[in-house]
Write a protein that binds this ligand. Structure first.
Ligand code: GLN
Length: 548
């Protein structure tokens, strides 16, 4: 087997620089050069995984096929590349310490004093090796979360320093993503923060091979020379990564123009052809200059935070790409919906989407939004909680079960149309205890779901505790809410739809986690296509909201 190559990506100056995107975009380029890659994220916090964190703290929790609840950067990795990720692609300090402490309790350290160096760092290094073994990838890209200088991140940095030394600098390189701010008062870009961040890295023994400079304005020759000189990297290794104009999917092309992938392949002695990005360029064209544009309302409770519904927003954009249609995403706070007069907020929307969520806040607004979509024949797509909301709405306003609810929000409702499964009732432990990961869903003959997917059995990712209550199945079906997808033995309802409606479909799973710009998810493509059917709501101008 060929020697695996390793690329370590660190971040400096400030957080939110888009290290995850940079890692993902580099993955796109390397894959298009014919390399098999895998991308891994290290998170320095002490939670075992982000599953227990509020979206306000951490943004969306991204779920993998194997049920791992992971950092949202893994969503970028999957959207930008074809690699399938598993729980080994996300490592937190919490997991590292948990493993070290379990080992200590078993007496496996044989009486030694257990320390950050070497025991914690060894555990981290082991995880990099393990990923290489499992994936057999040619290149492993490892993104280290946090910012250089954080106390929390030090064990990870020490571990990658040791790792690179051990495998040799022909096989491992360091890429530092940094910030070059534009100071308005001076009218200039400033390199000092970058210099200091690199100095900080060198203090702990890491000398970056490449610097990816995030900037609002072009760096220019002089500034590149300055950065090169003071940060001790060759001129051509100063990579400019300017804010994108339209879409995050432009980043791979931008990095290719900067020859980043060529430089990396040279450093790692990878002899592979140049990346063919023709197909990717066509996607960008559709994103930048689509033929049409529609406005989609996402009705949720975390709308103030761009990261909370990251994959949903991206999947909507992909659905647009599939139809050569730009999408303007209107983020509607469910609590702002006037329950008596929802039209005030929802009028003019070409489609309404209710995404996943937990907790009661905003529930009534979402129910009214679903009702508005159903009654006004506006395309509706419900995801996870969005399916539960559609079910409650239908029960209340069509079946006449006025007090119908989910047991999550009203434990004593006389009509628990959404309820807790037996096996979930005794769960006390938090984290990893929901119905998680990819499971088969069987689609019914004659359903819209089957028409969209074009395949009778599909695999979709789950993350929820509550389920559609089977006792009400018949009542719903008779009144027109068809069950269009179930688990393989028909035990659980996975999808519902309304036949007498242009497009009203909802699923208990999260299709947004499997959508990519080059493989838009069929539910999202179908949704956008349906949204384009009302000519009054299709605008000629383009306004892709792809930076969300
Ligand atoms: N809160 C709901 C449940 O647990 C829905 C979860 C979700 O939307 N991810 O079942």
């Amino acid at each position: 087997m060929n020697q695996t190559k390793y690329i370590f990506i660190t971040g400096g100056v400030v957080s939110s620089l888009g290290k995850g995107l940079t890692a993902a975009a580099l993955g796109t380029l390397l894959e298009n050069r014919g390399l098999q890659i895998s991308i891994q994220k290290f998170d320095p916090y002490l939670n075992v995984d982000p599953g227990t964190m509020s979206p306000f703290q951490h943004g969306e929790v991204y779920v993998l096929d194997d049920g791992a609840e992971t950092d949202l950067d893994l969503g970028h990795y999957e959207r930008f590349t074809d690699t399938k990720l598993t729980r080994y692609n996300n490592l937190t300090s919490g997991q590292v310490y948990k493993s070290v402490l379990e080992k200590e309790r078993k007496g496996e350290y044989l009486g030694k004093t257990v320390q950050v160096i070497p025991h914690v760092t060894d555990m981290i290094k082991e995880r990099i090796h393990r990923l290489a073994e499992i994936t057999k990838a040619d290149v492993i890209i490892t993104e280290i979360g946090g910012t250089t200088g954080d106390i929390e991140g030090l064990p990870f940095l020490e571990a990658i320093r040791e790792f690179a030394l051990e495998v040799g600098y022909n096989n491992a390189i360091f890429v530092h993503v940094t910030y070059v701010p534009f100071i308005k008062a001076a009218g200039e870009l400033k390199t000092k923060p970058t210099q200091q961040s690199v100095a900080k890295l060198r203090e702990i023994g890491i000398a970056p091979h490449l610097l990816v400079c995030r900037t609002e304005k072009p760096l220019g020759k002089e500034l590149r020379e300055k950065i090169s000189m003071f940060c001790n990297v060759p001129y051509k290794a100063v990579i400019e990564e300017k804010d994108v104009d339209h879409s995050i999917y432009e980043v791979p092309l931008m990095l290719q123009r900067e020859n980043m992938d060529t430089l990396i392949c040279d450093l790692l002695h990878l002899e592979v052809p140049a990346a063919d990005m023709t197909a990717w360029q066509e996607i960008i064209r559709k994103l930048i200059a689509p033929q049409h544009c529609v406005r989609i309302g996402v009705v949720g409770k975390y709308v103030g935070l761009n990261d909370a519904y990251k994959s949903v927003y991206e999947a909507i954009i992909h659905g647009g790409v599939a139809n050569d249609c730009g999408v303007e995403i209107e983020k509607v706070d469910a609590e702002d919906i006037d329950l008596q007069n929802p039209e005030k907020t929802l009028k003019g929307l070409a489609g309404i989407l209710v995404p996943g969520g937990f907790g009661e806040r905003g529930t009534e607004g979402k129910i009214i939004a679903a009702k508005y979509a159903r009654e006004n024949h506006i395309p509706y797509l419900g995801l996870c909680l969005g399916m539960q909301i559609a079910t409650i709405e239908f029960a209340r306003h069509v079946l006449g079960l006025e007090q119908a609810h989910s047991m999550e929000f009203d434990a004593n409702t006389p009509h628990p149309v959404i309820w807790l499964m037996e096996e979930q009732k005794d769960v006390e432990h938090k984290g990893g205890t929901m119905r998680l990961g990819a499971q088969d869903c069987h689609l019914r003959e004659g359903s819209l779901a089957l028409e969209l997917y074009g395949s009778k059995i599909v695999k979709e990712r789950h993350r929820h505790r509550f389920e559609f209550n089977n006792q009400y199945r018949e009542q719903f079906e008779q009144a027109g809410l068809a069950i269009s997808g179930t688990t393989s033995g028909n035990e659980l309802v996975e999808m519902v739809e309304i036949k007498k409606h242009p497009f009203y479909i909802a699923c208990q799973f999260h299709p947004e986690f499997q959508s990519k710009p080059n493989h838009p998810h069929p539910l999202f493509s179908g949704f956008i296509e349906a949204c384009m059917q009302d000519p009054a709501k299709v605008h000629p101008q383009s306004n892709p909201e792809s930076k969300v």
